[in-house]
Structure formats: C-alpha cells, structure tokens
Write a protein that binds this ligand. Structure first.
Ligand SMILES: Nc1ncnc2c1ncn2[C@@H]1O[C@H](COP(=O)(O)OP(=O)(O)O)[C@@H](O)[C@H]1O
Ligand SMILES: [Mg+2]
Length: 264
C-alpha cells in the first residue's frame, strides 16, 4: 500500500477585492498520485502552480473541497493531531522558530508539543545538531542568524520528533552554494538512514537532479508530469539529445515547452 494516496484533490480560493466581484482561483484541480514510503520526490512548477497548496493539503493545514487524500491510513485534515505527529514541514519562506529567542528554546517547546521523552530528545537533538552543524548556533536568537543558518535550524526543528514524512517547501530558496550542497547531503543521508519519505518543492533543478528519485511537475493546479527526470528532460527539451544534458537546469524552458506541447 502506498504511504500517500491522493485521488482527484481539488482546492479553490475565493478572493474578494473591494468593489470587484468575487473571483475563484482554482489552485488544485483533480490532482491524483501515490507515493511509496521512503521515496524522495521533487515537486516542481512555476510560481502560483499550486505546489504550496498541495503541501498544505497533505500536511492537514488546508481542507480541499473535493477528492480524497489518505496518508499512512489517515485523512490529514480530519485526523490532524495523529497526522502531525508523523510529519515534519519546512516552509522556506516562513519560520516555525520563535524569532526573538534562540533555537534551543523553540526546540524545548517542540519537545513538549510532541511529548518527546528527555533521553530520546537529547539523543535526537545531538544527532541532528551534529549532522547540520548548528552546535554553535543553538543559543543565538533566531533573528541574528543568516538565512542558511536559520534554514539548518528549521530542518532540525522539523525532524526532532522523528517524522515518517518530511515536506520541504522551497528549502533551498536564497541559500548560497555551500549551504545548498550541505543541505542536500544531509537530506539524502537522512532519507537513506531513517527512511523518511521526503517531498521537496523547488525551482532549482540541480536540487532535483541531486536528490530525487521521481519528479512531479505541477502547472495551473494540474499534475503535468510524474516520472523520472531523465525522461522529462528528453521529452520536453527543445534541443537535440546530445545537448540535452546542458538544458535540464533551465526549468523555465522545460515548463514552457511542456505548456506549449500540452497546449495548457
Ligand atoms: N490563501 C490564499 N488565498 C487566495 N489565493 C491563494 C491562497 N493561497 C494560494 N492562492 C492562490 O492559489 C494559486 C496557487 O498558489 P500556491 O499553491 O502558493 O502556488 P506555488 O506554491 O506553486 O507558487 C495561486 O494562484 C495563488 O495566488
Ligand atoms: Mg509556494
């Protein structure tokens, strides 16, 4: 049985602007896929495609108006408490750490929220701080950390309770090359060692290339492609096969070609 199973999930937002009529934005439309335990999936697509909405539905933050979603036998937005105990979520553009206090204080709070026993917590924290190299940052207020340092602390926060699934929404956004590589190595290792399923949204095709066994392309609320990266590159690259290798980094081109070919 797949760990994650979505069938025709739809989600719209109604936006009301002053004086103008209410407008309905279709963020997800009949999205279906399955993900096996331990997979490392790249979710790509242009701005506004529906990636974050999809992550929010799967995390139980948003309730879709149509379709079914079952993750580890549960419906995320209905069995939220049990669901969130098994998942970790990182939003690259938002922080789950308290801004004015050091990461250690937020970690203590998470320990209580997830009811992690002290020995298990200490062991996990020392494991993660070592792997993410944040030992020296634990007592610095979050607002004084650089983006890369903060992101490392965020990832540790999301993994403290040893979730079975980790959702990462643009975790490498704004990171320098060194931080990006370190983060990738860590995620790869954590996936291999602990078998955590990872679903990662990104605009960086080198992230996908380095990490993901499978890629899903989302555009205008639809899953446009679900398969391996090699086939995607070859199918949608406008270049000759010999030059394909140079092209895959340009996600915009691949997406644009895909839209053109699919007439979306
Ligand atoms: N809370 C919201 N209210 C209204 N519209 C939203 C909201 N969240 C997302 N949207 C709209 O839904 C679409 C998909 O957004 P999103 O999932 O954030 O895309 P992505 O993460 O791929 O950039 C966009 O058109 C966006 O403007
Ligand atoms: Mg987003």
């Amino acid at each position: 049985m797949p760990q994650i199973e979505l069938c025709e999930i739809s989600k719209s937002f109604t936006v009301r602007r002053k004086k103008a009529a209410a407008q309905v934005i279709r963020a997800l439309y009949k999205v279906s896929f399955t993900i096996e335990e331990g997979a490392l999936i790249g979710l790509i697509g242009p701005n506004g495609a529906g990636k974050s909405t999809l992550v929010k539905v799967m995390s139980g933050i948003l309730t879709p108006e149509g379709g079914t979603c079952v993750i580890s036998g549960r419906v995320p937005w209905k069995q939220r408490t049990a669901h969130v105990a098994e998942i970790g979520v990182v939003f690259g553009q938002r922080s789950q750490l308290w801004w004015d206090v050091p990461p250690n204080d937020s970690y203590d709070l998470l320990k209580d929220i997830y009811a992690i026993k002290t020995p298990a917590f200490n062991k996990r924290l020392s494991e993660l701080t070592g792997a993410m190299d944040i030992g020296g940052l634990l007592n610095t207020p979050v607002r004084q950390l650089s983006l890369g340092q903060r992101m490392r602390c965020e990832i540790v926060a999301a993994l403290l309770h040893s979730p079975k699934i980790l959702f990462l929404d643009e975790p490498t956004i704004g990171l320098d090359a060194v931080s990006k590589l370190a983060l990738r190595d860590f995620l790869k290792e954590e996936n291999k060692k602990s078998g955590v399923t990872m679903i990662l949204t990104t605009h960086d095709m080198t992230d996908v290339e380095a990490l993901c066994s499978r890629v899903m392309v989302i555009g205008r609320g639809n899953i446009l492609y679900n398969g391996n990266l090699e086939t995607l590159k070859q199918t949608y690259s406008s270049e000759k096969p010999a030059e394909v290798i140079q092209i895959y980094q340009n996600i915009d081109e691949i997406i644009a070609n895909m839209y053109r070919e699919m007439k979306i």
